[in-house]
Ligand binder design. Sequence first.
Ligand code: 2AM
Ligand code: CA
Length: 267
Amino acid sequence: MPASALMNVMIKAARKAGRALSRDFGEVEHLQVATKGPADFVSRADTRAEKMIYEELSHARPNYCFLMEEQGEIEGADKTHRWIIDPLDGTTNFLHGIPLFAISIALERDGELVAGLVYNPVMDEMYTAEKGRGAYLNDRRIRVTGREKLEDSVVVTGIPHRGKPGRERFIHECRQVMQTAVGIRRTGSAAVDLCWVAAGRFDGYWERGIQAWDMAAGIVIVREAGGLVSDMEGENNMLTSGSVVAGNPPVQQELLANVTATPAPRA
Ligand code: 2AM
Ligand code: CA
């Protein structure tokens, strides 16, 4: 299916920012040896990519609202539309020279996620989906896996970062899932995790404590690839609760049941 006018706008913004991020990623390698470290450089790359995306999208759709990782909320005259943007998901990977990071752009209409794009510029993987139109990796239609049981599944998760709450609970959830799943993976980018579920590389994904911009685009992509996405309550409040469970339909259900199976420590 040819990309819609809306998706072409999103793709143009992502490609432009992706070129800049790729260049900066090349630089990071040199900076690894510098005593000061590349953290400031990466944060500048991040901010620059966000500005590029913001400029492209606000030019093409002048009245839409924005929610962005770096600049936060920007109100527009059209309250029915909101872009949700992460210019660099997987910052820690980027900083360490690991080529697993992505640009994430989602569009909400009347509070509902209707379009998502995730672009990993190093692998040149562009994931796109619009509600009712299917999910794509570059020009190829993608679908979630057909595995029916967690015991046959490889699932991916996110580990709470140093200084963040929820470590004990995470270890508890991991122990639960380890008892059944074939294996557990960790990429360091929530956007990549969701897209790799959509593309059938992982059968399921769970994580807590992430932000709306980490997951908004990926949620549309998983759903349009035939998968299910909910929060830890089995509800549709992922963006506000910060928790997410995704997968092909049976594995998503079983993973949700496992992760929430027994009372867990909150620390
Ligand atoms: P980011 O790279 O945009 O911050 C993976 O577990 C998710 O956690 C990623 O989507 C990543 O998004 C986010 N993340 C990385 N470092 C983090 C931190 N220190 N605190 C909270 N979230 C983080
Ligand atoms: Ca992020």
